[in-house]
Design a binder for this molecule. Structure first.
Ligand code: 5GP
Length: 190
């Protein structure tokens, strides 16, 4: 997606530890015009697929999923990362190991919001080692729902997640794939 690649080159910052910071348009301040184009592109990539719900994880996935959902006309459910008194007792859970934070955490969705008749599109901001997506897949699998595909805004193609998830047959659509970071600049695969 040309517009997204341009934005990443223009406003993205490469930090130590192979982290791409995109706070000015995706992770902190939100560029709604760009998010609308991202939403339309996801719709195009999953054209013809029956999707009944979009699943993402808090916090960064919510804005992307909510805007994309307008083009799919389906609800968004976001998995919660923190234990909360306001969350139902009956939840589906997934485990996520975060390499960036160096710790394991759980993601949860109240059982009432996913059922076995659901055809789920998972959306997230980044794909690196694939752990966040595997945690969300665990939730979909526990509910006996079907995982139609995964839409990713930025895939870091030099990390293992993409291969891992494609190998187990998941339809991953990444709108920008980073091949490497070189001298503080982003080199795209496409
Ligand atoms: P994974 O589970 O695939 O290793 O990592 C995915 C999650 O880690 C994403 O949901 C995102 O929040 C975070 N993440 C991984 N790499 C980056 C990065 O380079 N930049 C930012 N902003 N977040 C990242």
């Amino acid at each position: 997606m040309e517009l997204l690649r341009k934005k990443i080159i223009q406003d993205g910052r490469v930090l130590e530890g192979n982290i791409l910071k995109v706070d000015s348009f995706l992770n902190h301040q939100l560029d709604i015009e760009l998010l609308n184009e991202i939403g339309k592109e996801f719709k195009k990539r999953f054209e013809g697929k029956e999707i009944t719900k979009i699943l993402t994880a808090e916090v960064s996935g919510i804005a992307i999923a909510a805007i994309a959902a307008q083009y799919f006309n389906v609800p968004v459910v976001f998995a919660k990362k923190s234990e909360s008194k306001t969350l139902d007792n009956e939840t589906y859970e997934g485990n996520v190991y975060s390499y960036t934070k160096g710790k394991q955490y759980r993601v949860r969705v109240a059982k009432r919001y996913i059922s076995e008749s659901d055809k789920i599109l998972v959306i997230d901001d980044f794909l690196a080692n694939g752990q966040a997506i595997l945690g969300l897949k665990e939730i979909v699998d526990s509910a006996n729902a079907s995982l139609v595909g995964v839409g990713i805004v930025i895939e870091k193609g030099f990390q293992d997640g993409g291969n891992l998830l494609r190998k187990i047959g998941i339809n991953i659509q990444s709108l920008a794939i980073v091949e490497k970071f070189q001298d503080g600049a982003v080199v795209f695969k496409y």
